[in-house]
Ligand binder design. Structure first.
Ligand SMILES: NC(=O)c1ccc[n+]([C@@H]2O[C@H](COP(=O)([O-])OP(=O)(O)OC[C@H]3O[C@@H](n4cnc5c(N)ncnc54)[C@H](OP(=O)(O)O)[C@@H]3O)[C@@H](O)[C@H]2O)c1
Length: 160
């Protein structure tokens, strides 16, 4: 059976990035983990490999990770969303599918985590769509998938 395509995770050192990485690694999906700092991506990869021995894992700065795969998940806080897309835009080849999980929480402006902000473009994903090069698709997903649940390998809803 052919290997599934590699999936990149931008913001892989964070709660959601780590959870997704562990679940996808456990499902046999090759990964490329990214961070603003290559050393944090390396640490994130080490954590996933400890949880899923033998996982196929590359790591590097966010742009390096983003150019490694046809599918790129972006898991960064709303406050960092625009700057993150600007940092990876040149690395996104035409045909890439970007999976954006950003929830525009009011914490981005010092507000409550139970509230969201209005986004001028309509949604965080629509903001992302404005920031990717032509030929790159943005899918809005995973907003209600809990990182804590992903981190619990025994969670029934996510067990393989
Ligand atoms: N946590 C959840 O359960 C959950 C569920 C669904 C959706 N989401 C959404 O997914 C996104 C990521 O959530 P998360 O909980 O994983 O976030 P997080 O742990 O706070 O941050 C994820 C990563 O973003 C990077 N980052 C880039 N710029 C940053 C900045 N200015 N400030 C702080 N971190 C920055 C950091 O990686 P480096 O420092 O290594 O670059 C950090 O490890 C958010 O938009 C959130 O709303 C979260």
């Amino acid at each position: 059976m052919p290997l599934p395509p590699r999936v990149s995770i931008v913001g892989a050192s964070g709660a959601l990035g780590q959870g997704l990485a562990r679940r996808w690694a456990a499902a046999g999906i090759p990964l490329a983990l990214g961070s603003r700092e290559a050393s944090r991506a390396q640490a994130a990869a080490a954590e996933v490999t400890a949880a899923v021995p033998g996982a196929d894992m590359e790591f590097g700065e966010n742009a390096t990770a983003a150019e490694a795969s046809p599918v790129v998940a972006v898991a960064v806080p709303f406050a960092a969303q625009a700057q993150t897309y600007k940092s990876i835009a040149d690395a996104l080849a035409p045909g890439t599918i970007v999976l954006d999980a950003t929830v525009p929480l009011a914490t981005a402006v010092g507000g409550k985590p139970t509230r969201t902000l209005g986004v001028w473009q309509g949604s965080a994903a629509q903001q992302a769509a404005e920031l990717v090069p032509e030929g790159v698709s943005v899918v809005s997903a995973l907003h209600t998938v809990s990182a804590a649940m992903l981190a619990d390998p025994g969670h029934r809803a996510l067990r393989r």
